[in-house]
Design a binder for this molecule. Structure first.
Ligand code: UTP
Length: 473
């Protein structure tokens, strides 16, 4: 089909769903821009667009509250009386899988990081307390240290978006892949979804460009497959995908215990969870709906559930989601082979666009809707799913905002506190003032990935003095 036929065909299809305005400037474009715009249109999901417009753009789709919601069960962080051997076995299996190179690291780094307001991929944001290591560097060094520890190359899959892919690739190249072999790092892009004004019209960001944004971290499950990352895993014998977010430097990427529980239980998608600090903490709630693991967002869980307590005062719905998952490669293969669609979520945003005259408008107030999907919405699609609890101070310090909660300052303090607590557990004395660590400690992943690693290196640790600065590598 030549380009004028294609143009006509798209024009008809777009007119049928009230979106023909995206071709308004077509006739005035040069040939290259014309082809580019037609290509963008060919990638739109025109069949589903009317449903998105009706249910998510013009109206805020509210989640139907299921008639029955039960709390999910979980493995506590540490074994209770009688379950020590189950935990020991899971850890052993996790370690074996790691030593066989059957686990890959997977960071989703396609977000726009608007709240942090950092100019560049969020993974390039410096967070470590002394060396100012970036998030990407911390993950890269962790993966390298784990590969050495377990004696097997553990590959790293990095999802970017069209908005930050080039900058991310440049960062990896400039930093020599953070010590990893280039062939052990697989960088790929997620998909996008068009942006709409409140009347449901797809916006243009230029005369030849549809305004688009990344399709959410849920897009990873399709992008892993479409990009060839899953095929790469298959070639390498990687069976388990350790999923984490780019903003959390405390992530324990290769937890043998978590990997072991996931594998032993035959789970398709597993999660780490925190005990929530209060009923309406702004994280998702792990629930069971119609027999399936389901995350219900804090804003959607009715108060009567959120506030329900056990006799001892603990919350019944106590498990909060922190976006750490293990996903079986076969689960991603099955989803993509059979076809799947995750629910759509809407976000009201300020979206720069061009108006009907072709002038660029940079709005001061939210003017439209971006659509995205969430990875935890794949949990109900899994046949089996387990949860292993973790402690906030051990594994969750996301950098989200420039100031206040979840800001770099909080993350830095939590990195120091975790390093200190690991040292103390290994028998090292750490100076504290009123309970707060009274020195600056940064522990490189090459020094220790867990407390046990420190125990083998006690003679390398200097005496820690109040006010001192200690980089352990
Ligand atoms: P957030 O929900 O924090 O969104 O993403 P964000 O886009 O990074 O930041 P804000 O909301 O604009 O401030 C959580 C994780 O999911 C990834 C992010 O990179 C981060 O690791 N993500 C998010 C994607 O990979 N793709 C997306 O489309 C959205």
């Amino acid at each position: 089909m030549d380009s004028s036929q294609k143009h006509l065909q798209f024009k008809e299809k777009l007119a049928a769903i009230g979106q023909e305005h995206i071709l308004a400037f077509y006739d005035g474009l040069n040939d290259e821009s014309k082809a580019d715009l037609l290509d963008q249109i060919s990638r739109l999901d025109l069949e589903r667009t009317p449903d998105w417009v009706d249910n998510y753009v013009k109206n805020a789709h509210s989640m139907e509250i299921p008639p029955e919601i039960d709390p999910a069960t979980s493995y506590p962080c540490a074994p209770c009386e009688g379950s020590q051997s189950e935990y020991a076995k899971a850890r052993e299996i996790g370690e074996k899988l790691l030593s066989e190179g059957k686990v890959g690291a997977f960071v989703v780094a396609g977000g726009q990081g608007t709240r942090l307001g950092f100019d560049g991929p969020k993974g390039d944001f410096p967070v470590s307390p002394i060396k100012g290591k970036t998030l990407f560097r911390i993950f890269g060094e962790t993966i390298l240290a784990a590969s050495i520890k377990y004696g097997a190359p553990l590959p790293w899959y990095v999802m970017t978006s069209p908005l930050n892919n080039a900058a991310t690739v440049e960062s990896f190249e400039k930093n020599a892949y953070f010590g990893l072999k280039k062939e052990d790092v697989f960088i790929f892009q997620q998909g996008t979804l068009p942006n709409f004004d409140f009347d449901g019209n797809i916006l243009l960001s230029a005369k030849d460009t549809i305004a688009k944004s990344p399709d959410g971290h849920g897009g990873s499950l399709k992008a892993l497959f479409d990009s060839g990352a899953i095929a790469d895993m298959q070639n390498r014998g990687v069976e388990y995908i350790s999923y984490f977010q780019v903003d959390n430097p405390l992530i324990n990427i290769f937890s043998p215990l978590f990997i072991g529980f996931h594998a032993v239980s035959g789970s398709e998608m597993s999660s780490r969870a925190l005990i929530k600090s209060h009923p309406k903490e702004k994280i998702g709630n792990f629930c069971i709906v119609e027999g399936k693991m389901t995350v219900i967002e804090y804003s959607d869980l009715p108060d009567e559930y959120a506030e329900k307590c056990n006799a001892d005062g603990s919350l019944i719905f106590e498990l909060g989601s922190i976006a750490i998952h293990l996903i079986s490669r076969s689960f991603v293969e099955d989803l993509n082979r059979d076809g799947f669609a995750l629910p759509i979520h809407r976000a009201v945003k300020k979206i720069p666009y061009i108006d009907a005259t072709g002038a660029i408008v940079d709005p001061d107030e939210p003017n439209g809707v971006k659509l995205e999907t969430f990875v935890f919405d794949a949990l109900p699609l899994a046949e089996r799913s387990v949860i292993l609890q973790t402690l906030r101070q051990e594994e969750f310090a996301p950098v989200k905002n420039a100031e206040g909660d979840d800001s770099p300052a909080v993350t830095r303090d939590m990195m120091i506190e975790r390093a200190a607590s690991w040292l103390e557990k290994a028998g090292v004395t750490v100076p504290r003032l009123g309970g707060i660590v009274d020195c600056v400690i940064e522990m490189a992943p090459s020094f220790a990935l867990c407390v046990e690693d420190i125990e083998a290196k006690l003679d390398e640790i200097p005496e820690l003095k109040a006010g001192g600065e200690y980089y352990l590598k």
